[in-house]
Design a protein around this ligand. Structure first.
Ligand SMILES: NC(=O)c1ccc[n+]([C@@H]2O[C@H](COP(=O)([O-])OP(=O)(O)OC[C@H]3O[C@@H](n4cnc5c(N)ncnc54)[C@H](OP(=O)(O)O)[C@@H]3O)[C@@H](O)[C@H]2O)c1
Length: 366
């Protein structure tokens, strides 16, 4: 089970839509003082010069290996995670400086140390959260890097790292889910949804999961969801009615909605009096500005959290990474890798994600 005490440090809310602060592409070469003999000077990387469709993801075969600066580690990525948020930066829905290497997480080996990176050494197996993940090497902040415990595979960590930390912080802090709560979770078969369904059931919540298509629904059911709705089927199109039926007409205590544009109105209907809606993504497009009086009739609370708002301090980051690693090590949390794609196939990964073809987490082999 989860530990009940949160980190003591103050938890600050992050600004709307600013999950991460993308850094510009680092183009300087490794200085001789930090160079490890086995580190090359160039690498393969996917660079985005301008916003657009998946075609803007350009493979570069001799991109400069970044130099780890103050507080950074140079990490040779064994595997990188691909998240829906990467598509927002690609399209420009979330603004970021270009040129840019997308990819907000990776797992691999420390190849070189920048100044002030105590606690790490070359050769450590680590996972990191930052930017520039679609590449063979990433200069990641040591403050957002953790050692991977013995016994856990890089792939399982990447299938649950950014997504799992998101889920854990949202069910613990955004809305502290209680045993017996009715929870409506959209996109329950996705990278985050697959993990959240399991975690909600571990807490003892009653889960209504939505997903598109029979295969995805069967997967969600296999995770223990109490009610599963195929919101793309004829019957499931009226998912609000089905949610009301399942909850004796009352509605759910909390909705976790990462679909956004297509579901927000239904989510507002499906939540109970004094309930909470946690909007945390825009898979179908952003939620339009909502007039506040719409919340009055049922005294509804709305939250719009981001993972990084909950892991800003080292203490918070370690709290949630320990929580995640314990769940993985004990077998309480299973991962599902949709597929491991070679770096060269990155456009296909984005097509598959945006085309709703993935279940669980797509990973990238740099
Ligand atoms: N706020 C944060 O800090 C934070 C952190 C992590 C993730 N997120 C958000 O959580 C969501 C899930 O992220 P993920 O990486 O795990 O992705 P994902 O859930 O694996 O993929 C998105 C899923 O959304 C559903 N979807 C519904 N309408 C869609 C549409 N019009 N186009 C595409 N997909 C649609 C699809 O599932 P069905 O086919 O089953 O409908 C699709 O598989 C995203 O919205 C992401 O931005 C937010």
């Amino acid at each position: 089970m989860f530990s009940s005490s949160l980190p003591r440090s103050t938890i600050r809310l992050a600004a709307l839509n600013s999950h991460f602060t993308p850094s510009s592409v680092v183009v300087s070469r490794l200085s001789s003082s930090v160079r490890n003999m086995s580190v090359p000077t160039t690498m393969k990387a996917i660079v985005v010069e301008k916003t657009g469709g998946p075609e803007v993801l350009e493979l570069r075969t001799s991109h400069p290996v970044p130099t780890p600066t103050e507080g950074q580690l140079l990490i040779k990525n064994n595997i990188s995670g691909v998240n829906f948020i990467d598509t927002y930066f690609r399209t420009g829905l979330y603004p970021s400086a270009k040129p840019e290497i997308l990819g907000r997480e990776g797992a691999g080996t420390v190849a070189a140390l920048g100044p002030n990176t105590s606690g790490f050494k070359v050769g450590d197996r680590v996972a990191w959260l930052a930017t520039n993940g679609y590449a063979e090497y990433t200069a990641a902040p040591a403050a957002k890097t953790v050692k991977i415990p013995e016994g856990l595979k890089d792939e399982d960590v990447m299938a649950s790292f950014l997504s799992g930390l998101t889920v854990l912080s949202f069910v613990k802090e955004t809305y502290p889910v209680q045993k017996g709560d009715w929870v409506l979770l959209h996109a329950a078969a996705g990278g985050a949804g697959f993990l959240m369904t399991q975690i909600l059931k571990t807490i003892g919540a009653k889960v209504i999961g939505t997903a598109g298509g029979p295969e995805k629904c069967a997967l969600v059911k296999s995770l223990g969801a109490d009610v599963v709705i195929d919101y793309r089927s004829e019957e499931g199109k009226d998912w609000v009615k089905l949610v009301k039926e399942a909850t004796d007409g009352k509605g759910v205590d909390v909705v976790y909605d990462s679909v956004g544009k297509d579901t927000w109105e239904g989510s507002l209907e499906a939540v109970k009096r004094k309930g909470t809606i946690v909007w945390f993504g825009n898979a179908s497009g952003p939620v339009p500005p909502i007039p506040l009086p719409k919340l009055s009739p049922k005294c509804v609370k709305i939250a719009r959290p981001t993972l990084f708002g909950y892991i800003e301090t080292r203490e918070e980051f370690e709290f949630y990474t320990n929580e995640l690693f314990n769940l993985l090590s004990s077998g309480q949390l299973k991962t599902k890798i949709h597929k491991i794609y070679p770096l060269e196939d990155i456009a296909q990964v984005h097509n598959d994600l945006e085309g709703r073809k993935t279940t669980g987490k797509p990973l990238l082999k740099p």
